[in-house]
Design a binder for this molecule. Structure first.
Ligand SMILES: Nc1ccn([C@@H]2O[C@H](COP(=O)(O)OP(=O)(O)OP(=O)(O)O)[C@@H](O)[C@H]2O)c(=O)n1
Ligand SMILES: C[C@](O)(CO)[C@H](O)COP(=O)(O)O
Length: 231
């Protein structure tokens, strides 16, 4: 089965408050995007990455790929106005009869193991949406204030959201954009197809605000020291 990873890195990273979009910021000396791309390339030798970048930073993305990876495994395209439009641009580069991972370029701590679990689950169920439980209590805002809700009834959603191409491509191409489309599971559901949830990884965080860089650095350091003590 053909495998594509649409890695969306077309955002501006406003919540990071940095001039350079967060996907290019250095993490232990390498760009955030490096770690994301490496996880996918390591997961499968026959996987092609569709790298979606801000128009003005496509060259920067190419430089990262040239410096660290085999460029023959990459396709490049420009991002769109929202994440949904960036994913749609990436999907236009893929072909039918494939498994397509859609992953945030800034979820750089994803592991090859989770990527493989998602593939297996999407082969079996048509889709695989990694999710984790919430460690915090949750309250719903109401007209009069707020009310406690049962947190066991909620899951926190991650990427890579993984689909058979025959599900994802028609959903992306035939549905008109709505503001609630913050991920692909929502798009596919709006197209009338249920999605399959699976267990994600606690460390698969999305780098969004500056504190996430510190957390990611610590997790990476812990991984490096764990793999050094194995040898
Ligand atoms: N038009 C967009 C918006 C977002 N993304 C990508 O989608 C992922 C998740 O989005 P988010 O964390 O919201 O990134 P930004 O939009 O860059 O951040 P912000 O909302 O703070 O501006 C990121 O890898 C981001 O680069 C994209 O490809 N195209
Ligand atoms: C796709 C996502 O990472 C799943 O949790 C999330 O919806 C992205 O949201 P953002 O507002 O683009 O950061």
């Amino acid at each position: 089965m053909k495998k594509y990873a649409i890695v969306v890195a077309g955002g501006a990273g406003k919540r990071m408050n940095s001039d350079l979009p967060k996907q290019f910021l250095p993490l232990l000396g390498k760009p955030v995007l490096y770690y994301t791309l490496k996880a996918f390339l390591d997961a499968y030798e026959d996987l092609v990455v569709v790298l979606v970048l801000p128009e003005e930073h496509i060259e920067k993305g190419r430089e990262i790929v040239d410096a660290y990876f085999n460029p023959a495994r990459f396709l490049f395209t420009a991002g769109g106005e929202t994440r949904f439009h960036s994913v749609r641009n990436g999907a236009a580069m893929t072909e039918q009869e494939s498994i397509i991972f859609v992953h945030d370029g800034v979820r750089c701590l994803v592991t090859p193991q989770l990527i493989r679990y998602c593939f297996d689950s999407a082969m079996l169920n048509g889709s695989a949406i990694p999710t984790v439980s919430t460690k915090d209590s949750i309250r719903q805002l109401t007209a009069s204030g707020s009310m406690a809700v049962d947190r066991t009834q909620f899951r926190v959603v991650q990427t890579p959201q993984t689909f058979h191409s025959k599900i994802l491509l028609p959903a992306l191409n035939q549905i008109e954009y709505k503001e609630k489309f913050t991920d692909e599971a929502t798009v596919v559901e709006a197209f009338g197809i249920d999605v399959h949830l699976m267990e994600g990884e606690e460390t698969n965080i999305k780098i969004t605000t500056p504190v996430d860089m510190t957390i990611a650095e610590q997790i990476l350091l812990r991984r490096i020291s764990a793999s050094a003590s194995e040898v």
